[in-house]
Design a protein around this ligand. Structure first.
Ligand code: ZN
Length: 90
């Protein structure tokens, strides 16, 4: 009889530990999901400078539409360089 009670206690303790661990994992996942949307948005809005290939947020970049195509530049100088090289090519 003692053995059965002991076994039941062990099983109960195991279940309590498992439940607690699952709760901790669920809470951690929830926190990560709350943290990640900001990161995902930042990565979504990254654009690449057509001159030097630098990745930067869209709101910091200079976006120019030429012949229906959008070009992103990291700075005004690279925008000028792009126009200079475009004129040379033509
Ligand atoms: Zn650049």
């Amino acid at each position: 009889m003692r053995t059965i009670i002991f076994l039941l206690l062990v099983i109960l303790a195991f279940l309590v530990i498992r439940f607690t661990l699952n709760r901790v994992i669920a809470i951690r996942k929830k926190n990560q999901e709350l943290d990640s949307p900001g990161l995902v948005n930042v990565q979504k809005n990254l654009v690449t400078c057509v001159v030097c290939g630098l990745n930067l947020p869209e709101e910091e970049a200079i976006i120019e539409t030429l012949n229906g195509d959008e070009f992103a530049f990291c700075c005004a100088k690279h925008q000028q360089d792009f126009h200079k090289s475009a004129i040379k090519v033509q």
